[in-house]
Structure formats: C-alpha cells, structure tokens
Design a protein around this ligand. Structure first.
Ligand SMILES: Cc1cc2nc3c(=O)[nH]c(=O)nc-3n(C[C@H](O)[C@H](O)[C@H](O)COP(=O)(O)OP(=O)(O)OC[C@H]3O[C@@H](n4cnc5c(N)ncnc54)[C@H](O)[C@@H]3O)c2cc1C
Ligand code: FES
Length: 317
C-alpha cells in the first residue's frame, strides 16, 4: 500500500481504502441506512474490494473513529456490482449506540477490516433449515440465498420479539421454499421460539440434511438440542468477544469438541453439537461491569451535550 493509500490515522496493515484507491476523505462512506426498530439498523457501506471478496458467513471488524473500539460485525449482505457491503447492527452497548447515533448516509466509518473468518461451508445438503434469531436474522440471509443458489430446498425459520420488529420478510421469502416466522408474543406467525418452528419443520420433513443457526448463544444451543435426537448436522456461528480478529490475542477462545479453537480464524462456524455453550456464555459475560460503565459514561455525556447551550463544547465520552 502506498503512502497516499493510507487512511489518515489508521495503521497501513489494519486498514485499506476502498478499491485500493486513495480516499482523501478517509474511511468508508455510508451510502444508505435503514432503521428496522429502535435498536436495529442497517448500514450499506461502500467498499468495492470488500464487496468483491466477501462470502457468506464472513465478518468485518469496524472502528467508528480513530479512538473507537474494534467491533466485529457479520457481513449481512454484499452487492458486488454496487460495490457495497451491508451491516445490520443491534445497538446494545456504547460502541454500537454511538454508531447508531453517528452513522447516517454521508458519514464515514474510520476503519473496516476484512473479510475475516472462514466462509460458511455451503454443503451439498438437499434440504436445509436456516435459522436466525435476534442479531442473527440478517446474517442467516446470505447463507439461505447461497443454499438456494446451490439447488437446496431451503426452510427459513426466523424469530422476533413481535411483529413490529420483523424485517427482510420478502427478501427471505424470495430465497426460501418455506418461511416460518416465530414471535415471542404471537403477533405474527407462530407464537413461541424458533425451536417450535424447527420442530414443525422436522415433523413435516423426514429428510432434513442440515440446520444452520445464527443468533444469541442460548438460541443456538436450543437449536442444537432440537436436532441432536434426529442426528441432523447442525452448524452455528459463534460470537465470542473478539479483539484483533487474527488469532493473536486469544480473546475469542471457544471450546469445541473438547478442544480450544479461536473463533476468528478457525470459525466463526462450528458444529453446534460439539460447542461448549456454557463456556461461551460465561466468557461473554466477563466484562459486563466495564461495558455497563462505558455505556453509563456515554449516556451521561450525551445528556450533557443535549443540555449544553448552543455553541458550547463538551468533553468526549
Ligand atoms: C463474528 C461476530 C459477528 C458479529 N456480528 C454482529 C452483527 O452482525 N450485528 C451485531 O449487532 N452484532 C454482531 N456481533 C456482536 C457485536 O460485535 C457486539 O454486539 C458489539 O461488539 C457490542 O459492542 P458495544 O460496545 O456496543 O457493547 P458492549 O456494552 O461493549 O457489549 C455488549 C455485549 O456485546 C458483546 N461484545 C462486546 N464487545 C465485543 C467484541 N469486541 N466482540 C464480540 N462481542 C462483543 C458482549 O456479549 C457484550 O456483553 C458479532 C460478534 C462476533 C464475534
Ligand atoms: S480475536 Fe484475537 S484471537 Fe480471535
């Protein structure tokens, strides 16, 4: 990478500019945004090189600005012709909330590294259930599409808390032979968890070859337990805490089949029947007090900014 290709303030090894060209504005422009709910939003980001290279199941590591935290986000979709990748974010803590507040069309993400992780294996399964829940609904879409393109019969099962939170229904219907929505409150589709949708699909089809699930660990564990008695191959996409994303820091250590694996380089997809979900959940909860503290500080700084007289400046969060 030449000197002029560098994004100001970013390390050359960590960040490249879109299409390998110098972007004198620095960073990666947000070209579209959709808000699905109060907490979930979609960003379409211009990065032709990334859009060309991305495969289902891969992720990027994003930095909002030069002092921002590195956060991993799945590439929920990519458009090679338009040269964009799609990220769907759930604002759960300080960095994702800040991203929600600042990333509007025209704004720029400071850093975008990837595509990272081993692409999902689109096996030669003839009949597949693709399950997404919570922040897993968006990333399961490219896998459902890839299975469909490979000629499989695809049953999509997605879970939301209620009807107002549903997104991408038509997009899923276009690539699924059957599509089941589950809601916690019964306001749309089946009332209940995605496992009910899975049990319904297994009862109707005796020849399911594979299930792929993305969502909160507790959901993926329930999916793996639903398929275990039937001997259905079950792949899950793990979301441990990641820092460097290159296998160096050990932050994303997971236990699979009694062995230690690093989700960023050995995954993120693993055999759900072999994953130690208790260990994953314990590790995810490890920094809760610090995460709470960072969010409280951010909220307080937002309140101070809102109360400050016009023209006054405020310290950073
Ligand atoms: C491979 C992978 C793909 C992911 N894809 C998506 C996605 O497409 N959309 C999405 O909304 N979220 C995704 N996540 C989770 C996302 O990275 C976290 O929600 C985000 O880092 C939270 O940061 P925060 O500062 O907003 O919240 P915090 O308050 O810092 O953390 C909230 C919770 O997020 C998790 N988390 C925090 N820091 C990290 C980290 N560095 N790496 C992983 N998890 C963390 C922890 O469970 C934590 O309890 C993915 C995680 C991984 C590992
Ligand atoms: S994120 Fe550091 S080893 Fe995987």
């Amino acid at each position: 990478m030449s000197e002029e290709d560098r994004v100001p303030g970013a390390s050359a090894a960590a960040v490249s500019t879109p299409d390998g060209k110098a972007d004198r504005g620095g960073g990666f422009p947000v070209v579209d945004r959709q808000d699905f709910s109060e907490t979930t939003f979609l960003l379409e980001v211009s990065h032709p090189q990334m859009a060309r290279a991305a495969r289902p199941g891969q992720f990027v590591i994003v930095m909002l600005d030069d002092h921002g935290e590195r956060i991993p986000l799945t590439i929920a979709d990519f458009d090679r012709e338009a040269g964009t990748i799609t990220l769907v974010v759930q604002a759960v803590g300080k960095s994702s909330r800040e991203m929600q507040a600042r990333m509007v069309p025209g704004a720029r993400l400071f850093g975008l590294v990837g595509p990272m992780g081993i692409p999902s294996e689109i096996s030669d399964a003839r009949k597949v259930i693709c399950v997404g829940g919570g922040l897993g609904v968006a990333p399961i879409y490219p896998q459902a599409r890839a299975f469909k393109e490979a000629g499989a019969y695809v049953i999509g099962v997605v879970g939301f808390r209620s009807r107002e939170l549903i997104f991408w229904e038509q997009k899923f219907r276009d690539v699924c032979d059957e599509f089941v929505i589950c809601t916690d409150d019964g306001s749309a589709g089946i009332k209940g968890l995605v496992t009910q949708g899975i049990e319904q699909a297994i009862a109707a089809h005796g020849d399911i070859d594979e299930l792929v699930a993305i969502g909160p660990p507790i959901m993926m564990r329930a999916c793996a337990e639903a398929t275990r008695p039937h001997g259905i191959r079950t792949m899950v996409s793990l979301n441990p805490i990641m820092v460097d994303g290159t296998g160096m820091c050990g932050g994303c250590r997971v236990r699979v089949g009694g062995r230690i694996r690093f989700a960023c380089v050995d995954g993120p997809d693993f055999d759900g029947h072999e994953v130690d979900f208790d260990d994953l959940m314990a590790r995810l909860a490890r920094y809760r007090p610090q995460e709470r503290e960072a969010l409280d500080r951010y909220d307080a700084s937002c309140r101070r900014l809102a109360m400050a007289p016009e023209g006054a400046t405020s310290e950073k969060a």
